[in-house]
Design a protein around this ligand. Structure first.
Ligand code: DC
Length: 223
């Protein structure tokens, strides 16, 4: 049986960590849609295009070729950009790029194609509401902004990236504001999504909870 699991929520709520692990344990394909918006942002920055200039960013569409490899490596126009899309500069600009309707329509088409005829876990902001409105399971993963900033801060330190906790908190709040206030497919919880507040949960607890929800759903479908 083909199952689709949508995981949405604000920035740095741990969606990709959970989605990756759930996909691994269930043998599903994992698709990180945020990485696609990050690729477009990176391309704009590389070409000297202002990410706030919608018309200029749209001109990039014909030259965007994104390949998501099974081992979570992301190629943009033949180049491995898995690390390059995680920089502060990309994070600071991606919400503008993700608010442009033409960019969204272009990437959503790719996302829907990737989800055809295969069991997947897809994470993002509008997966349950817009990309895959018929997903079998919809999770809305949240955590307080303090918890999210702390987790990102720790992650950065582990990677040797120096940063301030206050700066991270500000970046997350700014991104969440833009992502939830854009006019087209904003970040929002689907009516039929199950909310999981991960603030005081371990990764393993969240993963087990999502898998329990998926198994329940499969039993319901099978009757
Ligand atoms: O999940 P992330 O932090 O890598 O996402 C980067 C940005 O892309 C985020 O600020 C919002 C945007 N995004 C989106 O608008 N829709 C998605 N489905 C995924 C991400």
């Amino acid at each position: 049986m083909v199952m689709t699991v949508a995981i949405d929520g604000p920035a740095a709520a741990g969606k990709s960590t959970i989605a990756k692990e759930v996909a691994k344990r269930l043998g599903y394909v994992y698709i990180d849609t945020g990485a696609m918006y990050r690729c477009v942002t990176l391309l704009a920055l590389k070409k000297g295009i202002d990410p706030k200039d919608e018309k200029a960013v749209e001109t990039l569409i014909p030259e965007i070729q994104i390949d998501m490899k099974p081992n979570h490596v992301i190629f943009l126009n033949g180049e491995d950009v898995s690390e390059a899309i995680r920089t502060r500069e990309v994070a600071d600009n991606v919400s503008y790029v993700a608010s442009y309707k033409k960019i969204r329509l272009f990437l959503v088409e790719i996302q829907r194609k990737l989800a055809q005829n295969v069991s997947i876990v897809m994470d993002g902001r509008d997966i349950g509401t817009y990309v895959l409105p018929n997903a079998n399971v919809k999770i809305f993963q949240i955590a307080t902004v303090e918890t999210r900033a702390q987790r990102r801060y720790k992650e950065n330190l582990e990677k040797g990236i120096s940063c301030s906790l206050e700066d991270i908190k500000e970046e997350l709040e700014k991104r969440d504001y833009i992502d939830s206030h854009r006019s087209f497919a904003p970040l929002s919880k689907a009516e039929d999504a199950i909310e999981i507040d991960t603030s005081f949960m371990t990764i393993n607890e969240v993963v087990s909870e999502v898998i329990r929800i998926v198994h329940n759903k499969m039993e319901n479908i099978n009757g």
